[in-house]
Ligand binder design. Structure first.
Ligand code: SF4
Ligand code: SF4
Length: 364
């Protein structure tokens, strides 16, 4: 894919599939639609290939099952021995906010080296502080804080379980790359324009956050600490290191701004991989909320299949179009949250992340 100037129509490959298909049949379909993109041939021997996925929060059942990826992974492994499954730590306190809990959760959902043949590497380190910061002039962000292991890799395979989303309306390839590859500070950067605050009742006054704050913005009060908002630069370090969960953010970024920031983050990740990135969107068990929800959710659409493309904008546009078409013209995403999810696509296209013009190629 050429970046940064007017682009032709992108190919989006599609194969019909449902969650009720036998796992091996789904694995064969995922492999078929993946190979149709021609991407596998671009992986060179010795490449570090990052298979970016969401392992699903504890209690969630919507995530892509490891068995569905078995054949695709085998294909990747014929090209390089250095492939790995990966995700980054979450900002919210759950079972994926540090690498130890995150790994245990991935294993409990079947993503073990024995089952998949791949190690799991949490891309932003033990507590989400390992990041690199590529810069480029964009409208909403000057830089992106991206999990180090992602940008240390040579090839990127975005494996996305498509869902609705409480803040972005649509969670698909752009979100998996833009938000999903951001370190915890990068997620904070996208999510909020305000500075963190300390909940005095939860603070144990251990001073750990003071040690980590790069701006000396955390000061002692009576029996707890407080943040001096005049000094705070909103880097999120304190939020990451507080083991008590005493530092909170105000989640007030409006959806359009958030979607645009996310697209800019995705652009900087794609700029690193250039033509060595591919995206698979699984339109199976599409739910109102993302897989960060620690509960099983009812689907909001019938299962459709698996899409694959080297263009993250085209695949997300095709994803939304298919969801709407199969629902008889009514948008199932907007039935969940009335959010205009198209902002991420429009901004993505504007900044050269991809094109909304696509040709759907059915793979038999
Ligand atoms: S790290 Fe958390 S508990 Fe410790 S002083 Fe800071 S806010 Fe309070
Ligand atoms: S967000 Fe960063 S600058 Fe602000 S108080 Fe926390 S550590 Fe300090």
């Amino acid at each position: 894919m050429t970046m940064g100037h007017s682009r032709p129509t992108s190919q989006v490959y599609f194969i019909s599939a449902a969650g009720s298909d036998p796992a091996d049949e789904l694995a064969a379909k995922a492999k078929k639609v993946y190979l149709a993109t021609g991407f596998n041939e671009r992986i060179a021997e010795g490449d570090f290939a990052a298979l970016k996925i969401h392992f699903g929060e504890a209690g969630n059942a919507g995530y892509i099952k490891p068995a569905w990826l078995a054949r695709l992974i085998w294909e990747v492994r014929t090209r390089t021995k250095h492939a790995f499954l990966t995700d980054s730590n979450t900002l919210y306190v759950g079972n994926r906010s540090n690498s130890i809990d995150h790994l245990r959760l991935a294993w409990s959902h079947g993503f073990t080296p024995e089952a998949t043949g791949l190690p799991v590497i949490i891309a932003d380190g033990l507590i989400g502080r390992d990041k690199q910061e590529p810069r480029s002039a964009q409208a909403r962000t000057a830089s992106s804080k991206i999990a180090s292991a992602i940008l240390d890799s040579d090839a990127f395979i975005g494996l996305t379980h498509v869902t609705g989303h409480v803040q972005t309306g649509l969670g698909a390839a752009i979100k998996n790359m833009g938000m999903g590859c951001a370190s915890r500070a990068g997620k904070l950067d996208q999510h909020s324009v305000t500075h963190p605050r300390v909940n005095a009742k939860q603070c144990r006054n251990c001073s750990v956050c003071m040690t980590f704050c790069p701006e000396a913005a955390i000061i002692q009060a009576e029996g707890h600490v407080v943040i001096d908002s005049a000094r705070c630069i909103g880097c999120g370090e304190c939020l990451v290191v507080c083991k008590q969960g005493a530092i909170k953010m105000k989640w007030d970024e409006d959806s359009l701004r958030l979607q645009e920031k996310m697209a800019e983050y995705a652009f900087r990740v794609l700029s690193h991989f250039k033509d060595k990135a591919v995206f698979l969107n699984f339109l199976i068990h599409v739910t109102k909320d993302c897989d960060c929800m620690a509960k099983n959710q009812k689907p909001i659409a019938a299962d459709i299949g698996i899409l694959a493309s080297v263009d993250p904008v085209a695949i997300d546009q095709a994803t939304a179009d298919l969801l709407i078409a199969r629902a008889g013209g009514k948008d199932p995403l907007r039935a969940g949250y009335d959010i205009d999810w198209a902002g991420q696509l429009a901004h993505g296209e504007k900044i050269g992340l991809g094109t909304r013009k696509y040709a759907l190629v059915e793979v038999a």
